[in-house]
Write a protein that binds this ligand. Structure first.
Ligand code: TXE
Length: 480
């Protein structure tokens, strides 16, 4: 049984109070490692280490910081196979997907922000013949990064990389459900020569260590990705403390398919948008609206393709659809399928837990599920299920499509499938979402703003947005 350790002050250490949580492999249902359930004592140790490292890291040259971060990115690449395997075991996602998406993006995140750090500049504002203002952008100091289980190393690095590149010292907490790759990453930090205390990784539950990180008075900014309920909790818990908050929360994203789309390509991509990572992506398109003239034809082709997805052991290279992350999450997803039936939905395909043989006989597998016949207002179409469940519905015109798309509390991402250029622009402008993909899905340029509106969050990540979040602007005004 592998025992995971915290990473504090440049060293791997056991939790001070000696408390551990079980870590389960979703594909087998078996406990396979133990993780520290850190508490306030561990946090104080980490904050002290971070404070000691703060001045020196903030004053390390941009070039040197970038070199260390690039070394870390190279080490991820050099260990990509082990990391992909660890991610597949820990999360239940197919290994081919973990390799191509999770681990590839983890090193890309770090390399991207290493370079961004050397290119980042601040503004100046001249006032005719009166004065000049220039803006200094200093690191905030100690910042907290809290990440979820759906893309464990990918989202972990997406947060810590801009924080470190801009000269902050970091206390990071990966999800307690998927701690393994962050633990392996801490070993790579030691190998890369990241100075002690610059990054500290504390493992444990939200209640035991997540909450204390968010409310610690010395931690001045929190970058969080997770559920909207947790985001609301963090907002309340930190009210009056005047911390900077970046909250990337849930989604219930619309997919709008117009009759003039490229039919085959659209069917293929809409399946990918709904079911990638077993539907456990905040960007997944789970409400699919199809223009009525092609509704029946699209439905048939869509269901046919969904039924071809190969469900299997995440460690099998051929697997396209792995296990859900935990038993509790599987039960939540299955309960939504029952709810959909009560709400009048018809299951077109899927709808059940999937039974595999051998090693995966007790795994948390759920069939990719397509539902029709639901109203837009029902809970199935309003609440984030975060699993392999989507709902399809017809629409009659562009106006109705927009009303349906905008008819939820969420506003993270959306995709629009059409060959009508003017319509694409019109719809993109009117959709209430932080991200609109036209004739594509999850095509990511790391320079673009990433985040949502309404209950999907506050603030943006990515590119300059992240660099600005992790720095404090100070205006200096000089009179001529
Ligand atoms: O998320 P949580 P969970 C959604 C999705 C999913 C639901 C719950 O709908 O079903 O959220 O998933 C830490 N203070 N998303 O339970 O609880 C926690 O330990 C500080 C969408 O995993 O929000 C973990 O590290 N931190 C999402 C992180 O917050 C706390 C991805 C996220 O956990 C905390 C994942 C607290 N009080 C789930 N409580 C997306 N948008 O990508 C928990 N945490």
């Amino acid at each position: 049984m592998q025992i995971i350790e915290n990473y504090i002050n440049g060293q791997l250490v056991a939790p001070r109070a000696g408390n551990y949580l079980d870590n389960v492999e979703p594909a087998t249902g078996q406990v396979y490692s133990q993780i520290p359930n850190s508490c306030q004592q561990d946090l104080e140790f980490a904050v002290t280490a971070a404070q000691q490292a703060q001045y020196s890291w903030a004053n390390t040259s941009l070039e040197k910081r970038a070199a260390i971060l690039c070394r870390l990115a190279d080490l991820i690449d050099a260990n990509a196979e082990d990391l992909a395997r660890a991610e597949a075991i820990d999360n239940g996602k197919p290994i081919a997907f973990a390799r191509k998406v999770d681990i590839y993006r983890s090193s890309a995140n770090i390399r991207f922000f290493a370079h961004a750090g050397t290119q980042f500049s601040s503004e100046s504002h001249a006032m005719e013949n009166i004065a000049i203002n220039y803006t200094l952008r200093d690191p905030i100091g100690i910042v907290g990064c809290i990440s979820p289980w759906n893309f464990p190393l990918y989202l972990f690095t997406w947060k810590i990389a801009p924080a470190l590149a801009t000269g902050n010292v970091v206390i990071a907490k990966p999800s307690e459900v998927t701690p393994m790759t962050a633990y392996l990453f801490s070993k790579l930090c030691i190998e890369a020569g990241l100075p002690a205390g610059v990054l500290n990784i504390l493992h444990g539950s939200g209640a035991s260590i997540g909450g204390p990180i968010t409310t610690h008075p010395k931690i001045k900014a929190i970058s969080f990705t997770g559920g909207s309920a947790t985001g609301a909790h963090i907002t309340q818990a930190t009210a009056g403390m005047f911390k900077k908050l970046s909250l990337e929360l849930g989604g219930k994203n619309p997919t709008l398919v117009f009759a003039d789309c490229d039919f085959e390509e659209t069917v293929k991509e809409v399946v990918r948008a709904a079911f990638s990572n077993q539907g456990q992506i905040c960007l997944c398109g789970s409400r699919i609206y199809i223009e009525r003239p092609i509704y029946e034809q699209f439905k048939q082709a869509f269901v046919e393709l969904v039924e071809k997805l190969k469900i299997g052991d995440p460690l099998d290279e051929q697997t396209q659809h792995g296990a859900l992350v935990s038993e509790a999450h599987m039960n939540k997803v299955l309960s939504y399928i029952e709810l959909a039936k009560q709400e009048g939905g018809t299951i077109l395909t899927g709808g059940k837990r999937h039974q595999l043989d051998g090693r995966c006989a007790n795994g948390f597998f759920v069939e990719p599920t397509v539902i029709e016949g639901l109203t837009n207002q029902c809970r199935t179409n309003q609440e984030e299920i975060f699993g392999p469940v989507c709902s399809i519905m017809p629409f009659d015109d562009e106006q109705q499509a927009l009303e349906l798309a905008n008819g939820t509390q969420y506003g993270l991402a959306s995709s629009v499938w059409t060959n009508d250029l003017k319509r694409a622009h019109r719809v993109a402008k009117q959709i209430e979402a932080g991200i609109v993909w036209i004739n594509c899905w999850l095509l990511r340029d790391l320079r673009t703003p990433f985040g949502g509106v309404k209950s999907s969050g506050v603030g943006r990540e990515g590119g300059l947005e992240a660099m600005r979040f992790f720095t404090e602007p100070k205006n200096v005004c000089i009179k001529y």
